[in-house]
Design a protein. Structure first.
Length: 283
């Protein structure tokens, strides 16, 4: 591994970042951009190819906790520690919308997907979801070019009283399921240790997969029916869906707080306190 380029922002900690999606027509073209969210509520867009900061915006008063590009890269969605979600244009630098539906609880996940169906009865070119630490997930249909953004579904997952001695609750995490259109997967602190598959069409949980512990990270492969789940017990579990056949892997020195499949699905990146591991999926 070789360090190619480095950006430094003094006196601010980078809390989240996202790659700009490559347009389908220009696959392989050099337009590598990264957006990063910081502890002072600012967003910075960096050009990798030109090795410079191209844009700085300040849509939040609280620290950033989640960030994502829209599916075409025309908008940046950002979530803060105070639960506010901002939608900003990297073209103009303007914040065009602020959503307060999750206000009061830190945003843990923002994710966009191309809308697979038109039978939700709403206009929109993409779906996106926001998840907050208080076990709530909102799902939206949007068409940013027409300034449309409509709430499609709102999920609240129950949980018992916080157990004694638990310093912090496990995060609430959700992701659109790449192989099951109109379905999302949710993990978080709850009545049971499990991953829930929720159908946006049926508006109900359609599958539950038991987990050994409460999850601390989640990623779904875009290429095959694999789900990676990380735990605070230094464990990584690879699940094959829908059979839920499981393979466990050790090797982390602390909580597996990040797992992320590569777009090809052939590699999986995981991170704990002081280790970053790259796994190759064979077969």
């Amino acid at each position: 591994i070789e360090l190619v380029v480095q950006f430094q922002v003094l006196n601010q900690s980078c809390q989240c970042l996202a790659w700009k999606p490559q347009p389908v027509v220009a696959l392989g073209a050099e337009s590598h951009h990264v957006v990063a969210g910081y502890s002072d509520g600012t967003i910075r867009v960096f050009s990798i190819s030109r090795t410079e900061m191209e844009l700085k915006m300040h849509p939040h008063t609280a620290a950033l906790t989640a960030i994502a590009y829209s599916t075409e890269g025309e908008m940046i969605l950002s979530g803060g520690k105070d639960g506010l979600v901002a939608v900003s244009s990297p073209r103009t630098g303007m914040t065009i919308r602020v959503l307060a539906d999750h206000k009061g609880s830190p945003i843990t996940v923002l994710q966009c997907t191309r809308k697979q169906y038109h039978d939700f009865g709403v206009e929109g070119s993409e779906l996106w979801l926001a998840t907050s630490l208080d076990r709530r997930v909102s799902i939206w249909a949007s068409n940013w070019l027409k300034d449309k953004c409509e709430l499609l579904d709102w999920l609240s997952f129950p949980a018992p009283a916080s157990p004694e001695g638990l310093g912090s609750l496990p995060p609430s995490l959700a992701a659109f399921c790449p192989w099951e259109p109109g379905t999302l997967v949710y993990v978080g602190f709850g009545m049971q240790k499990e991953a829930l598959f929720y159908s946006l069409h049926k508006k109900q949980v359609v599958q539950k997969i038991s987990l050994p512990y409460f999850a601390t990270s989640l990623s779904l492969s875009p290429a095959a029916r694999f789900m990676a789940v990380g735990f605070g017990e230094r464990l990584l579990r690879l699940l094959h869906c829908p059979t839920s056949d499981a393979q466990d892997y050790t090797g982390h020195d602390d909580t597996v707080h990040l797992c992320h499949f590569a777009p090809s699905g052939r590699c999986l990146l995981t991170a704990s306190h002081s280790a970053v591991l790259v796994w190759e999926l064979t077969g």
